[in-house]
Structures are given as C-alpha cells and as structure tokens.
Design a protein around this ligand. Structure first.
Ligand SMILES: CC(C)(COP(=O)(O)OP(=O)(O)OC[C@H]1O[C@@H](n2cnc3c(N)ncnc32)[C@H](O)[C@@H]1OP(=O)(O)O)[C@@H](O)C(=O)NCCC(=O)NCCS
Length: 301
C-alpha cells in the first residue's frame, strides 16, 4: 500500500499594503467567498483587519484551486468549535479520492467508495493555517502532517515601556523563556526575543487547533544556542528550536522561524516523525500578488 510522505506544499505571504482596493473592488473580492465568511468580515470594524481576514480567506481558496484543481465555487470550509478553519467534509472526500487515484490502485479506490471509509494511511490529508498581523498575511499548507503558522509585527507598545509590557505577559512564559527574554541589556532586543517566543507558541497552538483553551505557560520553547537568539531578515532560517510541554520533549514537533522583513517574524510548527519531509523547500515565503489570486476567483452565492 503506497503511503504519501508528509510535506509542506505552500508557504505564502501577501503584503497587504500592496493591495489598496476601492470599495467596489473590495466588495467584488468579498463576493468570491462564502456568505458566512463575508458576513463575518463585514462585521470587523477596523478596515485593515477586514482586509487581512479577506486576504487570508482568498489565499485558502487559491490554495485548493491552484494546487488541488478544485473549482473555486466548489471549495467549502467549516470551522472547528475552536474556530479553526478546516475543509468541509465533501472537499476532504474529493482530495482523498484524488490521492487514491494517484496511487493507481483502483482496487483501493473501489474499496474506498464501497465501504465509505477513510483510509488514514493512503490518499492525502491536507492541513493549512493562516495568520495576519501588521503588513502581512501568511499561509502554510501541508500534506499528511499538522501545521500551524503565526506572523507578528515587532512593534513597541503604545502606552507603556517595553519592560512593563513584557512584565505583564510574564505569566504566559516559561522560566527558560523569561530568562532568555530578559537577558539582553537593550529593551528592544528583549522585545525581539519576546516576539520570537510569542510566534512559536501561537504557531503550535494553531497547529493543534486549541486556540485560547491552552495555557501558554505550559509550552516551554528552547532556542538552540548554536543558532543564537538574534535573528533578522538577513539571517538564516532557524530550525533547531525544541518544544517541551509540561516537561516532555515533543520530538515530533519541528519549527522554522524566519523574518519576512525587518519588522515581521514568522514561526511555522509542523508535526512529523519522518525525515523525508521537504524541509529545505520552505526556507523563504513565496510572495503572492493578491491580484493574481483574484484573477482565479469566481463569484459565489
Ligand atoms: C485565534 C488564535 C488561535 C490566534 O489568534 P491570533 O494570533 O490573534 O491571529 P492570527 O492572525 O495568527 O490567526 C488568525 C487566523 O487563525 C485561524 N484560526 C482561528 N482559530 C484558530 C484555531 N483555534 N486554531 C488554528 N487556527 C485558527 C483563522 O484562519 C484566523 O483567521 P480569520 O480570523 O481571519 O479567519 C488564538 O489563539 C488567539 O487569539 N491567541 C492569542 C493568545 C495570546 O494571548 N497569546 C500570547 C502568546 S505569549
């Protein structure tokens, strides 16, 4: 029986500043996503947030349209009770069938159809996650492994100094993390380190989909000293960070951390015990032009 290896299929980034739609263009773009999501986005009071959320949704549609050749209007999403977007079951079925046909095993395809069961070890299980903050919207997608992403703009707090801001979030951090964050003399370096840990924590909780239900303090990230704490747009991607949850090393969880520009860092969390995953292929994000996405978009009811 052929098994598909886990792999990352997309790491995309859209700079939201480069898309300045007129009201009419914004409404046209909105008309290409589901009515439910359209309504949700229209309720967002801050225009930039609405734009970012819309771009995230368009990227998800573009992913399944361009990689899995599913017609735009046939792609449907649901949300888990923790609000994580997932594919609707009908679309999951389509992808599993496509994966089965790639194995050329018509016997298995027939068996699948007749028994109406999902074979977890054949076909493809697609996972994806979106994040938006500051100037960027990012998407990561994978086959046969759970994946999560977080982007953060590193910005100084508006109404308090960095030290007070960090102190107020200390409860969310493990001792190792707090010690690492508070080590540098310069507050701005502390802030950079804080955002690195913040991104890591969010990428993991988003990969497992628990949202705010999980205490972030339980997650204890260890930065590999050989890669160093400091990183930036010109530095190599960090790959050796390890996660401990309640003291247990999470050997199957891997992290990649990179900067999109001087002020935006991203962390990607993915779960695999398989060395064959194409780690190297996502050392940088592919910049997507939202106008190219909209060329593929189709109005939906
Ligand atoms: C929703 C949450 C999962 C992430 O929120 P966030 O970091 O503010 O937002 P991001 O931009 O990274 O991600 C939002 C997107 O994640 C997706 N998402 C929503 N709920 C999700 C969940 N439970 N799991 C995974 N992804 C989820 C959605 O696509 C959402 O975009 P949309 O609202 O436009 O549909 C939630 O954990 C949260 O609000 N966390 C903040 C908690 C905190 O205080 N962290 C401190 C770290 S030290």
């Amino acid at each position: 029986m052929e098994t598909s290896l886990p792999k990352i299929t997309a790491l995309w980034a859209v700079n939201i500043i480069t898309w300045n739609p007129t009201d009419e263009e914004f409404d046209d773009a909105l008309s290409t996503i589901s009515a439910y999501e359209r309504e949700r986005i229209c309720q967002l009071r801050i225009k930039e947030q609405a734009k970012a959320s819309l771009i995230g949704r368009l990227l998800l549609l573009y992913l399944f349209n361009s990689i899995y050749n599913i017609q735009w209007e046939a792609i449907k999403f649901e949300r888990t009770k923790e609000n994580k977007p997932i594919l609707a079951s009908s679309v999951r079925l389509f992808i599993v069938l496509a994966g089965l046909s790639r194995t050329s095993s018509w016997y298995l395809t027939l068996l699948f159809l007749l028994s109406n069961q999902v074979f977890p070890d054949i076909g493809v299980r697609v996972d994806f996650n979106v994040s938006h903050h500051g100037d960027w919207v990012v998407l990561v997608a994978s086959e046969n492994c759970r994946v999560g992403i977080d982007v953060m703009k590193i910005e100084e707090p508006y109404n308090e100094n960095i030290e007070t801001f960090l102190e107020s979030l200390r409860e969310q951090l493990s001792k190792t993390e707090w010690d690492a964050i508070s080590a540098p003399d310069y507050p701005i370096l502390k802030l950079h380190r804080f955002y690195r840990y913040w991104c890591l924590k969010e990428s993991y909780i988003k990969a497992i989909g628990v949202g705010l239900a999980m205490s972030l303090k339980k997650l204890d990230f260890h930065i590999d000293e050989s890669e160093g704490h400091e990183y930036g747009a010109c530095n190599p991607v960090k790959t050796k960070t390890r996660l401990f949850v309640c003291g247990t090393f999470m050997a199957e969880w891997h992290f990649r951390e990179l900067y999109l520009d001087e002020l935006h860092c991203i962390a990607i969390a993915y779960e695999t015990n398989n060395d064959c995953i194409n780690h190297r292929e996502f050392d940088s994000a592919t910049i997507i032009n939202i106008k190219d996405v909209l060329k593929k978009a189709v109005k939906v009811c």
